[in-house]
Design a protein around this ligand. Structure first.
Ligand code: F3S
Length: 771
């Protein structure tokens, strides 16, 4: 099965350039101004450019765009709930090409083969489920061992000018091929897969102007580490980073992917680059000459770069000639220190100048260029008689990379100096690292990964993770010291002589082409849809459960007709309540595909405003003295058992943080029908609407404190809304347990389509009912 890479059939992976160019012409007529690359890609994917852009108001940062993405990619952890939701829409196939990648669930312990075999056993039910769903709906299924989602997307699906959604925050990696790739929650992926318009607030644009030339030890990774230090972890929020200028052309496509990958660390929506000759070469080297030819045509029509005179909302200047290698961390990716000052920094903090492990690879940095550069250093060290001083691990991004490394003696060079090559999977990058020897101990690791939050890699919150380029990580592995600067420092040899590395030399692409590796991991191209396939879910499984469609709130069972039924207020939530507060992560992640089990974490870190306590709720019907409290999930469960739908009262910016759809699914699962907030985070508000929960905003924020546990709330005037009489307000009648009664005004943000979701019980019910 070890063959070299054949030319691919490009028909299903080439963006529909003619269609996009036609749309772009319409967009130009409406806007009549120079357009940036990101605007060209985004706006040419609008379902109705006149409707989204024709209003005459400000677009960037203001307008909501209804988009039609070209493709969806999902990783094994997030794909579970995405597919369970997709299944409940009752469609035969995904509306857009989609792929599933088994990468997050493979634990690194001893080495590639043993770890992979073990994960096949421990995650069998999840992999079987994903494979059966992929087969049924015509989705490409990349088996465990095939590699990491973002590397595989870059090698197989990414194409200049494409718009793609991925259920993983580092999806923007594909921007290295001059496209827009956006990380989303499962509910957004389901929008694309069901053909529902996908909504995005038009991002603002940060232009990053690159001049000069990288030299010596500086790499594209150092550029993004440096930029993260400048922008901080919030600097890119609501923005697309669009790179331009003479410094772009020199970089390899995979180097650009590294930069785009870590745009996620500054909170950017995504990052992109104009089409370059290195992108063309990469497309050809990965068997996609057809895509390259089509992209050349689109570039000829001005589609794949910014217009002259484009105005960005902000421009950052970076001179690549001045960049030096940078080390970021610990615990946050924006704490950037140039390597020449890193030793001083370590000393000033009083930390031990010692590394316990060095890790290279991951979706961020395992390109051929990265791997041949580190192999060069490994060979230099071997010649001097050195081996790695500390544990040295490498996770190849894909089977293609692994096989090419093996063929070109890169693996041999790494193993010769003591490195262990792990499975082609996320492994230590996502905490799938069995590392008992450092449990609870303060220690420092250096990695070429992208994130370094506490506990991320080995579950030990005392492990300091420093992010650097693969070559800096490798050089440090030989010195064992954090303060080591390979540009100036030497390593003593047993002979008493001193050894100094020469700057690493890598190759952008393999001269013999890429090796395909073990093709049994790969999906068949354009898989057939097999509707007869049985979805594999064991009814006794703790990790997977079929999603029962939520019932509509309206209909003959509801005596209030087209108003919501009378609702009991479960509690009033105080202050910050992010999607993490609503649906905690950590140990709960294993239940991502099992709504009943994961719902046991509902709001467990939310604070009850009436008693100031965390995860404490009262149930007046169960205990009229109101002295007995219980956990929030327990009270929610009791209300569900009593068939009593309920409401939540929440504070400002409710649901900020992420697109995690579980934060909307779980309250709905226990019977929540209404959430009244001082304000909502937009993505979460939309997710609530998708699941059939009505989000309302207090017209007067002071009314928040007037409603509490055990009150009955009723909508007045919702029926007008549902029956096509759109107006902005919904009145709420509040009846206190002592009989006191009053009304308050609330605002809604429901569009006509979203009202149909509410009426049907969920967006997916609506899709199912209308097909
Ligand atoms: Fe996997 Fe880490 Fe990338 S979790 S997708 S290797 S960021």
């Amino acid at each position: 099965t070890h063959t070299s890479l054949p030319e691919k059939d490009c028909s299903s992976i080439t963006p529909p350039y003619h269609e996009l160019l036609d749309k772009l012409a319409r967009v130009r007529q409406i806007l009549d101004r120079p357009l940036s690359l990101a605007e060209k890609i985004l706006y040419s994917h609008l379902i109705d450019p006149e409707r989204s852009l024709g209003g005459g108001g400000r677009i960037r940062g203001e307008a909501y765009l209804q988009l039609k993405p070209d493709r969806v990619a999902m990783q094994d952890a997030s794909a579970q709930m995405a597919l369970l939701q997709f299944m409940s829409a009752g469609l035969d196939a995904s509306a857009v090409p989609a792929s599933i990648h088994c990468d997050h669930l493979i634990q690194a312990a001893t080495g590639a083969d043993a770890d992979l075999q073990k994960s096949l056993v421990t995650n069998k039910e999840v992999f079987d489920f994903l494979e059966s769903a992929a087969k049924k709906y015509g989705i490409e299924f990349w088996r465990p061992g095939s590699g990491i989602i973002h590397q595989i997307v870059l090698e197989n699906y990414a194409a200049p000018g494409m718009l793609m959604l991925g259920t993983d925050s580092h999806t923007p990696n594909a921007g290295g091929l001059g496209m827009l790739a956006i990380g989303v929650g499962g509910a957004d992926a389901v929008d694309a897969m069901t053909g529902t318009p996908w909504e995005l607030k038009a991002p603002q644009l940060t232009g990053v102007h690159l001049t000069g030339k990288l030299n010596g030890w500086a790499t594209p990774k150092d550029l993004i580490l440096h930029l993260a230090g400048k922008l901080t972890v919030r600097g890119g929020t609501g923005r697309i980073l669009e790179y331009f200028g003479p410094g772009v052309e020199d970089q390899s496509c995979t180097g650009l992917a590294t930069i785009a990958n870590m745009g996620a660390e500054v909170g950017a929506t995504t990052s992109t680059f104009p089409y370059t000759s290195h992108m063309r070469s990469y497309l050809k080297a990965t068997g996609r000459s057809g895509v390259a030819a089509a992209a050349d045509m689109a570039a000829g029509h001005g589609f794949l770069s910014a217009d002259k005179g484009t105005e960005y909302d902000e421009v950052i200047e970076i001179n690549l000639s001045e960049l030096e290698p940078t080390v970021n961390g610990p615990f946050t990716p924006d704490l950037a220190t140039p390597v020449s000052r890193f030793g001083e920094f370590i000393e000033s903090q009083g930390w031990k100048d010692e590394i316990s492990s060095a890790l290279i690879g991951s979706c961020t940095n395992s390109s051929y260029e990265d791997m041949t550069s580190v192999a060069d250093l490994a060979r230099q060290a071997k010649e001097a008689g050195l081996t790695a001083k500390v544990q040295f691990l490498c996770t190849p991004g894909s089977e293609q990379i692994r096989a090419t490394m093996e063929r070109d003696q890169v693996t041999e060079a790494l193993e010769d100096v003591g490195a262990t090559v792990l499975a082609n999977a996320c492994g230590p990058c996502i905490g799938q690292w069995k590392r008992d020897e450092k449990k609870g101990e303060e220690n420092a690791i250096v990695t070429s990964f992208n994130r370094n939050f506490k506990s991320r890699n080995d579950g030990n919150n005392k492990t300091m993770n420093f992010l650097a380029s693969p070559t800096i990580v490798t050089a440090m592995a030989f010195s064992g010291k954090l303060s080591f600067n390979p540009m100036t420092d030497s390593i003593p040899l047993p002979s008493g002589e001193m050894f100094k590395f020469s700057p690493p030399q890598g190759y952008k692409l393999p001269s013999e082409g890429f090796a395909a590796g073990d093709t049994s991991f790969y999906p068949s191209p354009s898989p057939a849809i097999s509707p007869e396939t049985q979805i594999v879910i064991n009814p006794t499984s703790e990790r997977l459960e079929l999603l029962e469609p939520f019932g509509s709130h309206f209909g003959s069972h509801n005596p209030r007709g087209d108003e919501l039924p009378s609702l009991k207020v479960l509690m009033r939530v105080r202050g910050k309540c992010t999607t993490d507060h609503i649906s905690a992560a950590g140990p709960w992640l294993k239940y991502k595909g099992h709504l009943t089990n994961i719902s046991e974490n509902l709001l467990i870190t939310a604070t009850n405003d009436e008693n100031g306590e965390m995860n404490v709720a009262l149930d007046p019907e169960h205990d009229s003295t109101q002295t007995e409290s219980d956990t929030i999930p327990s009270v929610a469960k009791r209300l569900k058992a009593r068939n009593q739908p309920w409401a939540l009262i929440v504070d400002d910016n409710y649901g900020e943080g992420s697109a995690r759809e579980h934060a909307a699914l779980q309250p709905r699962f226990y019977g929540c029908a209404l959430i009244i907030a001082r304000s909502f985070a937009r993505i979460h508000e939309t997710n609530l609407k998708k699941q059939g929960v009505l989000p309302l905003w207090f017209a007067d924020k002071a009314d928040y404190s007037r409603i509490g546990t055990g009150d009955v709330v009723e909508t007045l005037g919702l029926s007008d809304l549902l029956n096509d009489s759109p107006h902005g307000q919904v009145t709420i009648r509040v009846v206190k347990p002592n009989g006191e009664e009053f009304t308050i005004a609330t605002q809604h943000t429901m569009s006509a389509d979203q009202l149909k979701w509410l009426k049907a019980g969920s967006a997916l019910n609506h899709i199912r009912d209308s097909t």
